[in-house]
Every structure is written in structure tokens, then in C-alpha cells.
Design a protein around this ligand. Structure first.
Ligand SMILES: NC(=O)c1ccc[n+]([C@@H]2O[C@H](COP(=O)([O-])OP(=O)(O)OC[C@H]3O[C@@H](n4cnc5c(N)ncnc54)[C@H](OP(=O)(O)O)[C@@H]3O)[C@@H](O)[C@H]2O)c1
Length: 347
């Protein structure tokens, strides 16, 4: 069976998905939506640095809505507010296209029944399904961690840590203004501000999904974010980070159940992977305290010699999208809840 695919946005992840679609014998590109005026009118192959495809990029949403396609791969940039993409996603669903997005929407139910009902209703109208995925959020907690709990006879506590070396991030505006790197530690409050709201909503979905699947009543998600200062002057891709200014942000949430921390998720971005306590650590670590205790450590490497700038983190995100297509297309209309086989669950 061949699935027809529209690619929506061609940033780092979008281009990786686009190439994966063009490479895949079971997928056929049917359309391409871009935000950039420079890319509009270009052949999809040119944007992907592949041979021409005959599919021309458009900025006209109505052109995309009018297409006949099985699925839209939506890899738009997360925007403020978090709900910024709702209108486009609902329009795509109502037009009869299944949507797999990497821009949030991993578990809309985490934000209450009204938000879930909105996407379910759009899906019902178009007979289409919405699925938000990626590596984290999307895979690490929702599939790896939940899967691991399935070999425990008891789970008391889960700790998941992501450690991302952000020193190669090229965009100074994102690194210094959005992430707050290079600012005075006392002046960067990770509990307030736009990024805190965005991240809080995004990761609450993954955390709530885990708690719901394990039948763990979630009382509260407590933010516990901190920053680390540079121990030396740093030269990174985006510019200079003087010693004493922010070199790492540690985003951390504790899921509270029965008055104690049941799950802790840390997402650490560092401009200095050698900072005390970071060196030698893998990209993700999972520690499950229970019967038995389990420890998982996962890393990834950039594939050599592709001639592309695509990083391992973009491949894993695209992989989670591409491999979900048959299940999402086959799923009933509404928000897709990915299957989890036999996690540990409280009775
Ligand atoms: N869950 C995960 O593990 C995971 C991992 C990585 C990324 N992500 C998510 O995947 C998405 C894509 O990431 P990325 O690394 O590809 O980002 P990116 O390189 O910044 O590219 C995002 C693309 O969004 C489009 N864009 C431009 N202006 C926009 C606007 N105002 N609103 C929405 N989109 C706009 C552009 O598309 P055109 O260039 O086509 O015009 C841009 O290239 C993001 O939402 C990111 O948070 C998730």
C-alpha cells in the first residue's frame, strides 16, 4: 500500500521527514507547505537537495486543504502561545487528512476535556486522526519508559533525564534571547516567561500520558528549574558565553502522586558538556525504582558521510513520525492514543 503525504514546513526536522518520504517506497509526496517566501514556488526536491519531484512548495493553506492525501507531516516551529497551531491542525483534520505533528499535541487530554474534544470533533468531521510525536516528547517517556515498566512487578518512582549539548546551536537569537544563555543567572527566571509556559504545557502532556497509562493519579506537576553558570569563557556556535553567565538550563518537573514525587523529568540544555556532573553522560538516562530497579542509558550518533547536515536528533524525530503513518491512517477519527503494551499499572 502506498500512502500519500503532504509535508508541512521544511526546517531541520521537516527536511529530514521530506527526504524520508522521498526515499520510502511506500510513501508518495502529494504536497508541500512552507512558511518562507523564499522557498515558496521551489520544487520539493530542490528544498530537500534531492532531484526534482514535480511537487511545488506553497504558502497557500487552501491549496493544501484541497489536496487529496492520506497524511500531513506537520513539523512547524512551536510558537507562542502553545495553541498557535490549533487552527491549522483542525482545518487539516476537517479537510479529511490525518495529521502527525512534531509541534506538541502529544496528549491534548493533559490540558482538560475541552481541548481533547476540539481535536476529536475536527477529526470526526473529516474522518481523520491527529497524533503528536517525536523523541522527547513522543517516544522516550511514552514508549521507552512505559515499555520498561512492563517488566516490573512494582514501580515506586521514575526519573528520566535528557542532556542535550546545545553548543552547536547556530541561531544567536534563539540561544541568547529565547534560551537565556549568557545572561546573568539571577536575572533568568525559568518559572516565568514565555519559554517556561511553552515547555510546561509541552512536557505536561508526556508526563500525564505516563501517569494515565500507569493508572497513577496525578495530583500536580511541580516545576523545579535551575540554571548553571559557565565555569570558563565559552566560544559556541551562536557566540560567546562569558564565565559566570548562564551556560546551562535545567528544566525539571516532578509529577506528584500520593503526596510524593512519582516521576521526575529533567531536560538539560548545556553550552558546556564538560560542566561538573555532565561529562560522560548519555543523552537520555532512565532510572526506575521498583521491583526490580531498572537503569537505561541511551545515546545516539550522527550518521557519517551523508553529505547532509542532518543530526541524529532529527533522524530519531523523523523516524518516530514516518513509522507511525500506517497506524495513524488506520486509527479511528480523533486524537490518536499510541498503543502501549502492558506497562506496569496500579490496579
Ligand atoms: N519531540 C521531539 O523530540 C522534537 C525534536 C525536534 C523538534 N521537535 C519539534 O519539531 C518542530 C520542528 O523542529 P525543527 O528543528 O525542524 O525547527 P526549525 O528548524 O526551527 O524549523 C521549523 C520550520 O517552521 C517553519 N516556520 C517558520 N515560521 C513559522 C511560524 N511563524 N510558525 C510555525 N512554523 C514556522 C519554517 O518552515 P519553512 O522553512 O518550510 O518555511 C521552519 O523551517 C518544532 O516544533 C520542534 O519543537 C520535536
Amino acid at each position: 500500500m502506498t500512502y500519500t503525504v503532504v509535508q508541512w514546513a521544511t526546517g531541520a526536522v521537516g527536511k529530514t521527514c521530506l527526504r524520508a518520504v522521498l526515499d520510502h517506497p511506500g510513501l508518495e509526496l502529494a504536497g508541500l507547505y512552507v512558511y518562507s517566501g523564499r522557498k515558496a514556488g521551489q520544487d520539493a526536491g530542490t528544498i530537500a537537495r534531492y532531484p526534482e519531484t514535480g511537487i511545488i512548495a506553497t504558502r497557500d493553506i487552501d491549496e493544501i486543504l484541497a489536496l487529496d492525501a492520506d497524511v500531513v507531516i506537520h513539523t512547524a516551529r512551536l510558537q507562542l502561545p502553545y495553541e498557535q497551531h490549533d487552527q491549522d491542525l483542525c482545518a487539516l483534520l476537517r479537510s479529511g487528512k490525518n495529521v502527525i505533528t512534531t509541534a506538541g499535541h502529544h496528549y491534548p487530554a493533559a490540558h482538560g476535556p475541552a481541548r481533547l474534544a476540539m481535536f476529536d470533533e475536527a477529526g470526526r468531521v473529516g474522518g481523520a486522526t491527529l497524533y503528536g510525536t517525536g523523541m522527547n516528547p513522543g517516544y522516550v517517556l511514552e514508549r521507552l519508559v512505559l515499555g520498561l515498566t512492563g517488566v516490573c512487578t512494582d514501580v515506586q518512582r521514575i526519573e528520566v533525564t535528557e542532556l542535550l549539548n546545545a553548543a552547536t546551536m547556530p541561531d544567536p537569537d534563539f540561544v541568547f534571547t529565547v534560551m537565556g544563555m549568557g545572561s546573568a543567572p539571577a536575572r533568568l527566571d525559568l518559572r516565568a516567561g514565555p519559554l517556561a509556559v511553552l515547555f510546561g504545557k509541552l512536557y505536561a502532556e508526556a508526563i500525564t500520558f505516563v501517569a494515565d497509562r500507569m493508572h497513577v493519579p496525578l495530583e500536580e506537576i511541580q516545576p523545579d528549574h535551575t540554571v548553571r553558570a559557565a565555569e570558563r569563557d565559552l566560544e559556541v556556535s551562536a557566540g560567546r558565553i562569558p564565565a559566570g553567565t548562564v551556560a546551562a538550563t535545567e528544566w525539571r518537573w516532578h509529577a506528584i502522586s500520593a503526596g510524593r514525587r512519582f516521576l521526575t523529568l529533567s531536560v538539560i540544555w548545556t553550552m558546556d558538556p564538560e560542566l561538573d556532573g555532565y561529562a560522560g553522560r548519555n543523552h537520555w538516562t532512565v532510572d526506575i525504582e521498583g521491583r526490580p530497579d531498572l537503569h537505561l542509558s541511551l545515546d545516539m550518533s550522527d550518521p557519517p558521510g551523508t553529505g547532509l547536515r542532518t543530526k541524529a536528533g532529527q533522524y530519531v524525530t523523523a523516524g518516530a513520525v514516518i513509522n507511525a503513518i500506517p497506524a495513524v491512517v488506520a486509527a479511528p477519527p480523533g486524537v490518536f492514543t499510541p498503543p502501549v503494551f502492558a506497562p506496569f499499572a496500579r490496579p
